[in-house]
Ligand binder design. Structure first.
Ligand code: MV4
Length: 500
């Protein structure tokens, strides 16, 4: 196993990787930009290496600076976390040249799956279902219209290099194609320096369901089940859960096998995620692959009982996977919400600043992955996610009840957060019923604009539904419905005291 690992990332994911290092007896080394001198990941590590000014392009995105830092401290391996350089094939290449192990897939796998058209061709070669459409870029708007005509409108045109919804347009009729194509292509050239555009049939009200895959350097590949990630806002995931309430054991095996076949075609090793769209009839279509550890990996860890970051380091060190597909078991349910320093009342605008109070939840069925502390200032330069809060239990109702309880215990002062937004989301009937698709948040916000603040009796009704679901669950049958209790005035007074 490695002796020393450099973590080329920051915030909660750097903290998460440091924890896995500790558990394995590996010395963790942090890196930090000028904005991160006082950050929690720096304090938790054994050593820290400065890598440059606050803007990420001058620090966390600089391959040479990361490699230099690893050489300076004598690290055997680099863990990239997510974002930044994690999916950049220049990283595994630079690591190889420097004699350092990259904790992730090969540069070749990253390239094969990095382009969405190339990933689609890989999935087709693996015999996996993809959304009907082209597996190569089209020559222009005329060809795009031809293809759309063949598969039927509405169509989606997408940038092969795209991500985060950039370079993507929904095209409802033939007349809309030419302008949409021009927009998507110029957006793609601006954002990615690559104007390749391909066409897909539009899947109405899809769910976003992704499959965790894992491979070692000996050709063994397994899937670790799916995550439901349909609750997103502007292509940013907000709530994720494992398992998906929409997927049964048989469907899990079918989508999991498809994911493993695709990964096999890509010669994939380490942690990866296959993203699928699923329609109301449970048809699933491969969409793209993320060649990294994902933000939402904790829900899979809880339900499978595995430590994915530890596994990443073991397979990167050359160990075979310590289990087979038949050994993988899923138990219970876990639901995660991403807590952001942002203002839901101001269009979710980032709210950086000094954290003047920080009280974290605890107790049965609660996990918090956080990278902040009281007195620290959330910098403006990076993604404003400050923590991930997970509730888990023997079933979804119990997991949600505990997550609601934990959200109610959490106090963050000095900055705005989306905690209150989650408390509202988690008492909605559609969420409690597991009834969601990618339009969930838009509908919720539109509804809230129509009726600001739910009628009190309606709230009570929903809380009662949650309590009933909690009571109905076999394992929880005799438990009190703690989550249904409204916030006491003592708790509110204590919170207000803390925030003064
Ligand atoms: C789609 C789709 C419907 N049909 N493709 C959005 C992000 C990008 N990676 C792919 N996206 C979509 N592709 C077809 N053929 C709907 C979306 C989509 C979406 C997908 C997942 C999660 C949230 C979404 C929100 C809007 C649209």
């Amino acid at each position: 196993m490695f002796r020393k690992v450099l973590i080329s990332n920051r915030g909660e994911i750097a903290v998460r990787v440091i924890r896995a290092c500790r558990d394995l007896g590996i010395a963790p080394v942090a890196v930090y930009s000028e904005a991160d001198r006082r950050s929690w990941h720096v304090r938790l590590a054994d050593e820290a290496q400065a890598i440059g000014p606050a803007p990420a392009p001058q620090s966390y995105l600089r391959v040479e600076q990361i490699i230099d830092a690893a050489k300076r401290c004598g690290a055997d391996a680099i863990h990239p976390g997510y974002g930044f350089l994690s999916e950049n094939p220049a990283m595994p290449r630079a690591c190889e040249a420097a004699g350092i192990v990259f904790i992730g897939p090969s540069a070749e796998s990253m390239e094969m799956m990095g382009s969405k058209t190339s990933a689609r061709r890989t999935a087709i070669a693996a015999g996996a279902p993809v959304t009907p459409g082209t597996d190569r870029g089209v020559s222009g708007a005329a060809e795009a219209a031809e293809v759309a005509e063949r598969f039927g409108y509405p169509a989606m045109i997408k940038a092969a290099a795209g991500g985060g919804g950039k370079g993507m347009r929904l095209v409802r009729t033939a007349a809309d194609m030419a302008p949409a194509f021009r927009e998507a292509q110029s957006e793609a050239i601006n954002a990615f320096g690559d104007g390749e555009i391909y066409v897909e049939k539009y899947i109405e009200r899809p769910r976003h369901i992704e499959v965790q895959v894992f491979g070692d350097r000996h050709g063994n590949l397994v899937h670790l089940g799916e995550r439901e990630c349909s609750i997103q806002r502007r292509h940013q995931k907000v709530v994720e859960e494992c398992p998906s309430p929409f997927v049964d054991d048989q469907l899990r095996m079918r989508i999991g096998e498809a994911a493993v076949r695709i990964a096999g075609k890509a010669g994939y090793y380490n942690a990866g995620t296959m993203e699928f769209l699923m329609d109301a009839q449970h048809n699933f279509y491969f969409m793209e692959m993320n060649t990294r550890l994902q933000v939402e990996h904790p829900v899979t860890e809880i339900v499978t009982g595995l430590d994915l970051v530890r596994l990443q380091m073991q397979v990167a060190a050359g160990d075979p996977l310590p289990f087979t597909q038949e050994d993988v078991r899923w138990r219970g349910a876990a639901v995660e919400c991403r807590i952001y320093a942002e203002d839901p009342d101001n269009n979710f605008f980032p709210s950086p600043g000094k954290i003047t109070a920080y009280r974290t939840p605890d107790g049965p069925g609660v996990r918090l992955d956080s990278g902040v502390y009281e007195g620290w200032t959330v910098p403006i330069e990076y993604d404003p996610m400050i923590a991930k809060l997970v509730g888990y239990g023997e079933n979804r109702a119990e997991a949600v009840a505990r997550l609601r309880r934990a959200l109610g215990e959490m106090t963050v002062g000095g900055i705005k957060t989306n905690i209150g937004f989650f408390l509202r989301l988690m008492q909605r009937g559609d969420f409690l019923a597991g009834d969601m698709d990618t339009g969930f948040i838009e509908r919720m916000l539109a509804e809230e604009r129509r009726t600001p603040g739910p009628a009190p009796d309606e709230t009570e009704e929903k809380l009662a539904a949650l309590a009933a679901a909690y009571h109905d669950s076999k394992q929880a049958a005799s438990q009190p419905a703690a989550a249904a209790a409204p916030e006491s005035r003592w708790k509110r007074a204590a919170r207000e005291e803390l925030l003064r």
